[in-house]
Design a binder for this molecule. Structure first.
Ligand SMILES: [Cu+2]
Ligand SMILES: [Zn+2]
Length: 230
């Protein structure tokens, strides 16, 4: 009898604790509120860090080691490095990629769509990384647009030798906060991202960027790694 009573008490307390946690940390945030915040601020940190990130000091450094998708004939590889000094400062990035097929490339203007995808899961190649990272429920756009997915980083442009050396700054994505890009995937596409301009259904979800050539998972690294890479 005592055993049953203690089990009931444990169950009730357990459910209550889980509910409290859910209330505290998993309240859905209205996309309208987030968009208006984005318009006001350069860099939006939506809520505190996840517990697993809260002990990581500033500045924060991250890296992503690009690997070709097993199904791709273009063997794109290299790295993308990120640095952010403080939560309210813009995220800087430098990247070095090679292996773009300069002859067989289907991309006009040598442009290749470049996005952060939702899942850091490459178990099924780049196909298992989900869609564009889009925590606010926005439509697809370009990196300079107010209406865009968090993951919309525009296009990379490869040179005559199939290489890309580029750096960029982004005021929306962050290595801090509940919408941090840590643990998510970067994906390089076969075709140019149309940045949502034509307005057809494919354009407003993926930018019609075609197949996934290569991908990687973004993880924290040392300051030396990023400073020596960029
Ligand atoms: Cu993509
Ligand atoms: Zn997108």
């Amino acid at each position: 009898m005592l055993k049953i009573a203690s089990l009931v008490i444990l169950h009730v307390f357990g459910c209550y604790s889980v509910r409290r946690l859910k209330e505290a940390y998993w309240e859905p945030i209205s996309p309208q509120i987030i968009i208006s915040e984005i318009n006001k601020l350069d860099n939006v940190v939506l809520g505190p860090d996840d517990f697993s990130l809260s002990s990581v000091p500033s500045p924060r450094n991250a890296i992503c080691h690009m690997q070709p998708d097993p199904t791709s004939s273009e063997k794109v590889s290299g790295f993308v490095a990120f640095k952010q000094r403080e939560p309210n400062q813009r995220l800087g990035s430098c990247l070095s990629l090679h292996g773009f097929d300069t002859k067989a490339s289907k991309s006009k203007n040598r442009k290749h769509g470049f996005h952060i995808h939702e899942y850091g899961d490459v178990s099924g190649g780049c196909g298992s990384t989900g869609g564009h990272f889009n925590p606010t429920g926005a439509t697809h756009g370009g990196p300079g647009d107010k209406e865009r997915h968090f993951g919309d980083l525009g296009n990379l442009i490869h040179d005559d030798d199939g290489n890309v050396f580029q750096s960029f700054v982004d005021g929306l994505i962050s290595l801090y906060g509940i919408h941090s890009i840590i643990g998510r995937a970067l994906v390089v596409h076969e075709l140019e991202d149309d940045l949502g301009r034509p307005g057809d259904p494919g354009s407003l979800t993926t930018g019609n960027a075609g197949a996934r050539l290569a991908c990687c998972v973004i993880g924290f690294t040392t300051e030396e790694m990023v400073d020596n890479s960029c």
